[in-house]
Ligand binder design. Structure first.
Ligand code: GLA
Length: 388
């Protein structure tokens, strides 16, 4: 029962005398295939996962927006009609970004208190930030008595991430959080914004996420660098052929003809974008026909391309992926999300999930097995609000 969820008791302890009236729940996500192509008008296939962020909300009569989180020592406290618009690198950027963008669209939530808690490990590449954004947006809209289509909520949250947190991300994370359906993967065509809910195969393969515990120190800078490299490569291709408007118009012939002009790095980035779009497309068809073996092979090929052409892997991640790929009952494995640490994902036979073990060999460079965490997840339902 949601109305006696422990988060509600913790809201009451955090804000004595304030009555909560709603709880927003927003899931994390993991991407199965289609990596680093959402910002290149490609095709991606994430699922929402059964790890979530909960935002409990109550009304106050002081015209303040107060926000407390189980994971943070300090309370955020703003004038509810005048949210500061500066960018920041802390959690406050996500909360304030969403609140400010709602206000700028005329959605006034007046005085309210928010209590936030999350099962999604922060910074692990499972979209704790998109879940925070979407959860806060739904809670504040409930306080304002307003609703927006979930797609518009996702777009607003992505804008908050761009303008307030300074991350030039694609739309995958926010769409997965706002639009996914339980028991389905979410195919997103980032060229036209269309989505398709692809039923999970009847054979019910398991999804294992392994948190590597490697801090994604390089991730933010390297992510923005990849976004720029792809823009640069596409500009060169567009200048060569006026008929090309997006990556979806680029052909293998363009890539071969332009290889000298692109140079080695941009040529490999472009090859990843093109090949990953084709793999994601093929993977959606494979999933729709229940062909998990083919799906797994496409995941393996995706990892190779992320490692060699897009260069967002690390030796320790490659070793983990190879270990997983060699295990009985594993259909495929790859890094997932932005890379440079974060998580690895495997699609596997349900019976194999309990037996996963890694052989890191003798090399001390291979990482610390103590820091690994395993999550056996299933395709979950998108974010929603429950009124108490
Ligand atoms: C991060 C971004 C997404 C996407 C992935 C890589 O998770 O937020 O938009 O680009 O990296 O597939």
């Amino acid at each position: 029962m949601i109305d006696n969820h422990p988060s509600i008791a913790r809201f009451r302890a955090a804000y004595p005398g304030v009555e909560p009236f709603a709880i927003a729940r927003a899931p994390g996500r993991v991407n199965l295939i289609g990596e680093h192509i959402d910002y290149n008008e490609g095709i991606v296939l994430p699922i929402a996962i059964n790890l979530e962020t909960r935002v409990v909300i109550g009304r106050t009569d002081d015209k303040r927006l107060r926000v407390r989180s189980a994971a943070q020592p300090d309370e955020l406290n703003y004038d509810a009609d005048d949210i500061p618009g500066h960018a920041a690198t802390s959690w406050d950027a996500y909360v304030r970004g969403v609140a400010a963008l709602l206000l700028w669209r005329g959605i006034r939530f007046n005085g309210c208190a928010l209590w936030i808690e999350s099962d999604i490990p922060p910074g692990a590449g499972l979209s704790s930030s998109a879940a925070l954004e979407v959860g806060v947006a739904l809670a504040l809209m409930a306080a304002a008595g307003r609703s927006l289509p979930m797609r518009a909520v996702a777009d607003l949250c992505r804008e908050a991430e761009h303008r307030f947190a300074g991350v030039p991300c694609g739309i995958m994370d926010q769409y997965a959080c706002a639009l996914a359906q339980e028991g389905h993967a979410l195919a997103i065509d980032c060229h036209d914004g269309s989505v398709q809910h692809v039923a999970w195969p009847k054979s019910n393969p398991a999804i294992l996420i392994v948190e590597t515990g490697i801090e994604r120190k390089l991730a933010a800078g390297a992510y923005a660098a990849r976004v720029r490299e792809c823009e640069e490569a596409l500009n060169i291709i567009c200048a060569f052929d006026a008929m090309v408007n997006s990556w979806r118009d680029v052909t293998d012939e363009h890539l071969s003809a332009l290889e000298p002009r692109l140079g080695d790095v941009l040529h490999r980035r472009a090859r990843h974008v093109m090949s990953e779009i084709a793999r994601a497309d093929a993977a959606i068809a494979a999933m729709a026909s229940g062909d998990v073996v083919k799906f797994g092979k496409l995941m393996n090929a995706s990892h190779d391309s992320l490692r060699d052409d897009y260069e967002v892997s690390l030796p320790v991640i490659d070793r983990m992926v190879e270990n997983l790929q060699a295990m009985n009952g594993v259909y495929g494995a790859k890094l997932t999300g932005a890379g440079f640490g974060g998580c690895v994902i495997a699609l596997m036979d349900l019976h194999g999930v309990q037996c996963v073990q890694f052989d890191f060999g003798a090399s001390p460079a291979i990482g610390d097995p103590q820091r690994l965490r395993f999550h056996h997840v299933a395709p979950a339902q998108c974010a929603s609000v429950v009124y108490l």
